[in-house]
Design a protein around this ligand. Sequence first.
Ligand SMILES: NC(=O)c1ccc[n+]([C@@H]2O[C@H](COP(=O)([O-])OP(=O)(O)OC[C@H]3O[C@@H](n4cnc5c(N)ncnc54)[C@H](O)[C@@H]3O)[C@@H](O)[C@H]2O)c1
Length: 249
Amino acid sequence: MLLQGKVAIITGAASERGIGRATANTFARHGARVVILDLDESAARDAAAALGEGHLGLAANVADEAQVKAAVAKVIEQYGRIDVLINNAGITQPIKTLDIRPGDYDKVLDVSLRGTLLMSQAVIPIMRTQAAGSIVCMSSVSAQRGGGIFGGPHYSAAKAGVLGLGKAMAREFGADNIRVNSITPGLIHTDITGGLMQDERRHAIIESIPLGRLGAAQDVANAALFLASDLSSYLTGITLDVNGGMLIH
Ligand SMILES: NC(=O)c1ccc[n+]([C@@H]2O[C@H](COP(=O)([O-])OP(=O)(O)OC[C@H]3O[C@@H](n4cnc5c(N)ncnc54)[C@H](O)[C@@H]3O)[C@@H](O)[C@H]2O)c1
C-alpha cells in the first residue's frame, strides 16, 4: 500500500484500455482515493465507480481554465486535500509538418501542454499549503526522438514542451516539497495506438525494441506509482523512460 490515504487526481483516465485507467486501478489498489477527470461526465463517473467505493469521477476539459478550477474545487470539497496529480490527458494526430493546420496545432498543444499547466496551477497552491505533493507529467518518447511513429511534429513539440514545463516546475516548487517528474512512454498498446497500426509495421517496430514487445498500460502505471509515492522521495525534475529500450540514451 504505497498510497494509503492519499488523494490522487488522474486526468484522461476514463478511457478503458488507457494508461490513465491502468494508473487509476493501480493507485486504488495501493490505497489512494482516486479522482478520474475526463471529458465525458458519465464515462468519468463509471470509471471511478469501477474502482470501488470512495473514488470520484468528474468532467473537465483540461484545456479550459474555468472547468479545471471547478473540478479541483470539487475535489477539495469532497476530500480536503490533493497529494498527487497525474497529467495524463493527451491526444495525437498522425500528420506531417506541412499538413498541420492552426486548429490541429491548437488541439494537440492545448490538451498536453496547456492542460498540464492549468491542472498544475490549480493544484500547486493546495500542495503548497500541505508542504507536500507529487506531480507526474505524461510526455512521450516522441519528444526525445522527434516523433516518427504516431504523433505528428506538433505532438512531439507538445510532449517536449511538457518535459520543459515539468523540469521548470520542479525547480520552482522544490522548496515547497512538491516534486514534479515526467514519464516518457514508448509504444504502449492502448486506444491511441491500437487502431493505427498494420500488422507488418507493428512487427517491424517490435523487432526494434530490445525487450521485444509493445508496452502495456500497466508498465506505465507502475512507473507512475513509483513517482507518485514516497519511494521516489528524492527525485524531482527527472524524465523516466518506459520504452522497453526503444530509445537508449
Ligand atoms: N499509447 C502510447 O503509446 C503513448 C505513448 C507515449 C505517450 N502517451 C501519452 O499517454 C497519455 C495517455 O495515452 P493513452 O494511450 O492512454 O490514450 P487514450 O486515448 O486511451 O486516453 C486519453 C484520455 O484522455 C482523455 N482526454 C482527451 N482530451 C482531454 C481533455 N481535453 N481533457 C480531459 N481529458 C481528455 C480522453 O477522453 C481519454 O480518456 C497521453 O498523454 C499520450 O499522449 C501514450
